[in-house]
Write a protein that binds this ligand. Structure first.
Ligand code: LLP
Length: 422
């Protein structure tokens, strides 16, 4: 029996040998399965919906192609993400733009490209978007991002629906914002938006947020404006560790469908189309990272450090959020995991990738496989210590090909210039 870990039909040790390490590996089949799971839950619950994948979790041109193939829309959060999507030929009518501090250039590029909606994040942004739309002689469809004041049980840094947050318009200012949009010559208010946080396991906070948002749709209708879309953001949790709870997408769909139906009826409003913006749920479990083990340092009676050839530059989540990822030694899957180690990255600071994990006894040259790294790893990677960003390999059935090339030293020095006095 092979000692090597097989991921979606591929020998990971062979992938590491063929493409080098550190290496991000993404499974297209897993992306497909996650999207199918959401679609079937939403279809079974009888929802009228759109899935707008959150590009911030992971985006590159090939990813845009996959999304388009799977009939999924895309939410971008910057000019760079928009440019990536448009250069991949992504249909602008299926793109939405977010951001708490969009630049005028980004707004102009988005309206000019004819994207579906711009999500306005603050009262002051209304005038800016309207000015740019009128300069371009266009009418922009906009959503208003409201902060409903829901506190989701997740890490403080990824909790974004609170009133005391840089994101969104406080819900009690929603009417004022809607009136301002309505009186803007080149804006059309088509929806409301909220995003209560990320890595949420329960449907309850989404239901509470939906209730407040539907109430707001009613209040806006009283002003004579009919809202047709309600975007409840992303945030569906995934289990990084085996004991983590599982987010029940079927339960979410049923609860949301019932809430939409019942409350819309009571309020006398048309049931809005539900838009969701999951990122992590779609791409997180689709990705793993492969590293080579280098130095093994044992401090007797204290700790054993296993150093790998990547770290916080390719996965800043442990350093930023104390995030925990599961890992195995990919070439020793049948060996007992009885050696307690701390996995360190190679950056020139503490750079703890995984604190205290039981692995089989490892040595230099072994391959470490870290799970659930599809979301917010490549997209948050840096060149700290002038490390080159790893390649991303895409798996589809029995095929494995590069979707993002490994950076070279030339890539990381290409923008360096010499001021005239040097
Ligand atoms: N929509 C909006 C407006 C968002 O701000 C986010 C994430 C999403 C959708 C997608 O959320 P997801 O389904 O992926 O949870 N870097 C952090 C996560 C930051 C999330 C920011 N906003 C991490 O690595 O955990």
């Amino acid at each position: 029996m092979s000692e090597n870990f097989i991921f979606e039909g591929h020998d990971t040790v062979e992938l590491a040998r063929r493409f080098g390490t550190p290496l991000y590996v993404i499974s297209e089949n897993r992306i497909e399965r996650a999207i199918k799971k959401i679609k079937s839950a939403f279809n079974n619950a009888g929802l009228n919906y759109s899935i707008n994948y959150a590009g911030k979790a992971f985006i590159c041109k090939a990813m845009c192609k996959i999304l388009q193939k799977l009939d999924v829309c895309l939410d971008v959060v910057s000019g760079g993400e928009l440019f990536t999507a448009l250069s991949a030929g992504f249909d602008p009518a299926c793109i939405t733009l977010h951001g708490s501090n969009k630049s005028e250039i980004e707004i102009r590029e988005a309206i000019d490209a004819g994207i579906k909606t711009i999500t306005i994040d603050s009262i002051s942004e209304i005038d800016i978007v309207n000015k740019i739309a009128s300069e371009l002689h266009k009418t922009a469809n906009v959503h208003l991002r409201l902060s409903p004041g829901v506190e989701a049980h997740t890490h403080e840094y990824i909790q974004t629906g609170r009133i005391d947050s840089k994101f969104g318009i406080p819900i009690n200012m929603g009417i004022r914002a809607a009136a301002k949009v309505e009186s803007s010559s080149n804006l059309r208010l088509t929806g409301l938006h909220c995003h209560i946080g990320s890595q949420i396991y329960s449907s309850k906070p989404f239901q509470i947020a939906a209730t407040s948002m539907l109430e707001m749709i009613y209040n806006i209708k009283e002003m004579g404006v009919e809202i047709t879309e309600l975007n409840l953001g992303g945030g569906f949790g995934i289990n990084y560790l085996q004991d983590d709870p599982v987010f029940d997408i079927d339960e979410y769909a049923v609860i949301l469908s019932k809430t939409f139906e019942k409350q819309s009826k009571e309020l006398g409003i048309k049931i809005p189309k539900l838009i969701v913006e999951p990122g992590r749920y779609i791409i997180g479990p689709a990705g793993i990272t492969l590293y080579s083990v280098g130095t093994v340092k044992e401090i007797p009676f204290l700790r054993k450090y296993l150093s790998v050839d990547g770290g916080m530059a390719d996965n800043p989540r442990p350093a930023l959020y104390k995030a925990v990822h599961h890992a195995i030694i990919a070439n020793k899957v049948n060996k007992e995991a009885n050696d307690l180690v701390t996995v360190s990255g190679k950056c020139c600071e503490t750079d703890t990738l995984i604190k205290d994990i039981l692995l089989p006894k490892a040595q230099s040259g072994d391959i470490l496989c870290v799970f659930n790294t599809g979301a917010y790893n490549y997209s948050m990677a840096s060149n700290y210590n002038r490390l080159t960003r790893p390649a991303v390999v895409l798996l589809k059935d029995d095929k494995a090909e590069i979707m993002v090339k490994r950076e070279t030293y030339e890539n990381i020095t290409i923008n360096d210039t010499y001021p005239s006095w040097l």
